[in-house]
Design a protein around this ligand. Sequence first.
Ligand code: HEM
Length: 493
Amino acid sequence: MNNFSTKNKCAKPFHEIPGPKELPGIGNSWRFAPIIGQHKIEQLDKVMLQLHEVYGNIVKVSGLIGHPDLLFVFDGDEIRNTFRREEVLPHRPAMPSLHHYKEVLHKDFFGDCPGVIGVHGKKWDNFRARVQQVMLQANAAKKYISPLNEIADDFLDHLEVILDEKSELPGKFLPELYKWALESVCRVALDTRLGCLSQNSNPESKKIIAAINTFFWRVAEVELRLPIWRFYKTKSYKEYTGALDIFRDLCMKHISVAMRKINMEKEVNLEHVSLLENILKETKSEKIATVLALDLMLVGVDTTSVAITSIMLQLSQNPDKQDKLYEELVKVLPAYNSQIKPETLEHLPFLKACIKEALRMYPVVLGNGRSLQSDATICGYNVPKGTHVIFPHYVLSNKEEYFPEPYRFIPERWMKNVKESQKDIHRFISLPFGYGRRTCLGRRFAEAEMAILISKIFRKYNVRYNYGPMTYKVSPTYIPNKPLKFQLTKREY
Ligand code: HEM
């Protein structure tokens, strides 16, 4: 155990950790300032790679205005040690503006029940303990399969409508995927179909689609740039909180409808109890169900949408792998519109490997982090409590040292009993859903959601991308930066 009193005397002092030098008065913040700065926030991927190449396995970036020191750790064993020692009350330093929304702006509403996103300490622990069992239990995913099938089928119909004369999807395909993801999350968390995929969408779904787009545009500005909103409510901040208000109202409205429905039901068929019903029955709290639904909407839409684009890109650029996936799919889905059942997903090992491999190469969340809750020794240096330790998974999972031929899409490396598989994959390098007690709460849902949509798309179409290699940017998820004009050609059978 490392704390102040047991500081490692053999370890080197914190100030000796290599890293970019601070300028007097403005520290290192200027490096990210517009025009004069050398780094663009959208290129955090390249910045992290550069920090690693220039300074080595541990790099300190200090003197960031309004931010504690950042410590980048480029070493699998040290990442494992840090994750494990922070397990009591893991503190992920993310989304301070959402923290402000919940704990300052709307303190009256959230009170002791602020959810998990942007929340830390005891409040996070209490909330997570009440919902975790229902969200992550082994058979939880089974309950999602049927509604997710229905929504994926609707999305495939929607694709036919938005394809152009060259059978290409619109360059702005990501906002179309947001509609699919939003519809899926709300079906599960609010027990409702919003109608985002319908050709005649209703006023409520139009409003919520507009709010989700505003939110994802603004969240990057509010969270990644200098936190001016702490002193002055910028236009971006007002739009961001306005979108949050719309989501909150939507959740409150639908949860109270669901609550009334449940109270009226005399007999409950436990087989078909939805996730929301389960949460309401377990917690007996409308507030918990509302706040949970809000959190799931905030992090459960762009994540899966972006992941789908990366998986589609890799498969379209590797036709041999796409053919192999198709062979696997025809065996379990005799027709392109066959329904996917829970047991179908158990017979798609190559599909699962494709998803893992795409997320290794392009993790949706570039890196994870923990704010140290006590002093630690990392890479032979004493590191004080409060430091934000960043695990740059994107950089490490694309390093030859951890994954041979890292820039090649080789799903087989994740499969058991396959020649190309790597027996000794370091377990802490590619962690797309995080780790431990703070691991992604929507993981089972996301995995089922992605497997169903990818199966349906690649069972029905041959997918190509005719516009060369893709570039990515940080926004704040790691998103493709060129028009996503996938070309879809219907398979013959
Ligand atoms: C490909 C899709 C997704 C990826 C890659 C992803 C990734 C992550 C990561 C890296 C974390 C941080 C974990 C940690 O700190 O150790 C996280 C947290 C979380 N995710 Fe996901 N996620 C995805 C989809 C979803 C979906 C669909 C939902 C909701 C329906 C969701 C809900 C959450 C929640 C609520 C947390 C916060 C957990 C906590 O702090 O206790 N995620 N996710």
